[in-house]
Write a protein that binds this ligand. Structure first.
Ligand code: AP5
Length: 220
């Protein structure tokens, strides 16, 4: 199976769709946001720097991210493909990643943009809660993403939490970072005819169906 890159503005649904793809296609999910949130827990100098950048809605340095991602992709469970959620996030990361793939003799994969308006993405952020243990993402305002019991993860029973960067103010910065840094990555794939655009403003199952169709064709 080809690897998948999900590109999107903040809170467009990358994490939600990644979990569904993992379950259906048994691919490992590499979320740079999750890798960084784990690094923050170390509470050392690097962890504090990462926390500060995330809470400002700014990108963490390319060197930290690229080494985390490349190391993870070389793990055995990624040999038959993986899902990249949140990477590459700028043109430097993209160039390094593509050189890495060429050196490792790996396929360039399938690039999918989850398309959503600013207002809709902002609305989603305010209702998001997630499980710190298994990573499942919920939304208290969305009927098909609400936990069965308020505040408790359906999958593992842990207490759900809100992310510290899920405020309106930080969202604005994250969105600006997306436009300035990450949208050029999507534009690059588009210029090479290697971008699939999916409407992410509709209900989750319908977003997923669009992606299933793309993957069927790409893996034919
Ligand atoms: P990251 O964790 O990647 O945050 P993000 O890109 O802002 O994306 P989110 O996790 O907020 O949203 P999502 O698209 O996964 O949406 P979700 O599925 O949760 O990065 C955080 C920070 O880390 C960055 O700001 C940066 O500082 C740093 N970082 C990360 N990667 C980096 C990199 N490569 N380089 C440098 N720095 C990096 O969905 C959102 C909500 O909507 C949920 O509540 C969900 O239930 C709901 N929802 C989802 N889909 C639907 C739907 N179709 N209908 C209704 N509700 C829906």
């Amino acid at each position: 199976m080809k690897s998948i890159i999900l590109i999107a503005p903040p809170s467009a649904g990358k994490g939600t769709i990644s979990k569904m793809l993992c379950e259906k296609y048994h691919l490992p999910h590499i979320s740079t946001g999750d890798l960084l949130r784990s690094a923050v827990e170390n509470d050392d100098e690097q962890g504090n720097y990462i926390k500060q950048q995330m809470n400002l809605g700014k990108l963490v340095s390319d060197d930290i991210i690229i080494s985390l991602v490349e190391k993870r992709i070389l793990d055995n469970d990624c040999a038959n493909g993986y899902i990249l959620d949140g990477f590459p996030r700028n043109l430097t990361q993209l160039k390094k990643y593509e050189s890495f793939l060429i050196n490792e003799n790996k396929d360039l994969g399938v690039n999918i943009l989850l398309d959503i308006s600013y207002e809709q993405a902002k609305g989603r952020i305010l209702g998001r809660v997630s499980c710190p243990k298994c990573g499942t993402v919920y939304n208290i305002y969305t009927s098909d993403a609400r936990p069965k019991v308020f505040g408790i993860c359906d999958k593992c029973g842990s207490d759900l939490i809100r992310r510290s960067d899920d405020t309106e103010e930080v969202f604005k910065e994250r969105y600006a970072t997306y436009l300035n840094e990450t949208k050029p990555v999507a534009d690059y794939f588009k210029s090479q005819n290697r971008l699939h655009v999916v409407d992410s403003s509709i209900e989750i199952s319908k977003v997923f169906e669009q992606i299933e169709r793309i993957l069927e064709k790409e893996n034919d």
